[in-house]
Design a protein around this ligand. Structure first.
Ligand code: DGL
Length: 296
């Protein structure tokens, strides 16, 4: 009887663990592209998303500042007792993944490791990376690719204007978009890598235009999609995937205007079928408050 009771208690505990949310954070709206990928791959999961819109962009800030923001974002999400934490922001992944892995009481998945692995798997040839200035300067993609495939040639280009262009809602065939992309991609077009990593949350919204400019021989790898695959694999390995097969929920927090978040955010989710229903405001003063990382 004791054994039976223990088994039942264990099963109930496992079920509670499986029904916990996945915590996801980003510098603003862009990480919703990763949420879209997550909910497409794991339609039954609950996601608590924090978009730090008051302090966006991270991509032009120093790695020290981004690391501090990332620690605060992650600590805020701990109050929801997530079963996994996803750093959807490439810049935050580049700046803070080691620090978060060393300090958070939960498994942390970033976008750079999975993005680099997907690129290495997709080609034997040269790999191109486009991302924010801070991500490229950090050398995080370059290092991750070298770890997986020593000696591999990598060509990297920072594309700082693409984030504001996407946030402004410009169409992919807008002449300004094509002009800016043409300038940023010139060197990559010349090198013709086998794969190009879209190493920023915003770039999937320009995927068609980038694909056209690079030509059909270049495979585009979205780091967000690769990270969603990694989350699915890890949840299933640890028997932590939700028992629901669909009906997942998305709960959003933003550090800035929540109406603007809801209005602009939906575009980043399009194609995934996910919708923004609930957005709550949380001030950066709240994030900056010292807290215990396991706080409830
Ligand atoms: N989320 C950022 C990234 O993926 C882009 C926006 C920003 O610079 O904050 O690098």
């Amino acid at each position: 009887v004791d054994n039976q009771e223990n088994n039942q208690r264990g099963a109930a505990q496992d079920e509670r663990l499986r029904s916990r949310p996945i915590g996801v954070f980003d510098s603003g709206l862009g990480g919703l592209t990763v949420v879209g990928e997550l909910l497409s791959a794991l339609a039954g999961e609950t996601i608590v998303y924090l978009g730090d819109s008051a302090r966006v962009p991270y991509g032009i800030k120093s790695l020290e500042t981004v690391r501090r923001f990332a620690r605060e974002d992650a600590a805020f999400l701990m109050q929801f007792e997530p079963k996994m934490l996803v750093v959807a922001c490439n810049t935050a992944s580049a700046a803070a993944i080691d620090c978060l892995r060393g300090s958070m009481p939960v498994e942390v998945v970033d976008v750079i490791g999975p993005g680099a692995a997907a690129a290495v798997a997709a080609t034997d040839g040269m790999i191109g990376v486009i991302a924010t200035e801070a991500t490229i300067k950090s050398g995080a993609y370059q290092r991750e690719i070298q770890k997986l495939s020593p000696g591999r040639e990598v060509v990297a280009a920072a594309c700082p204007l693409l984030v504001p262009i996407v946030e402004e809602g410009r169409a992919e065939d807008d002449p300004i978009v094509l002009h800016v992309l043409g300038d940023y991609l010139r060197e990559l077009q010349r090198c013709r890598p086998g794969t190009l990593i879209l190493g920023c949350t915003h770039y999937p919204l320009l995927q068609r235009a980038i694909g056209k400019l690079m030509g059909p021989s270049v495979t585009l790898v979205s780091s967000g999609a690769a990270a969603a695959g990694e989350v699915r694999r890890r949840l299933s390995e640890r028997n932590l995937a939700s028992e629901r097969k669909n009906g997942g929920e998305l709960r959003c927090f933003t550090t800035d205007n929540k109406e603007r978040f809801a209005e602009l955010g939906q575009r980043f989710l399009d194609g995934s079928g996910a919708r923004i229903h609930s957005v709550q405001y949380v001030g950066t003063d709240e994030l900056e408050k010292p807290r215990s990382q396991t706080a409830n």
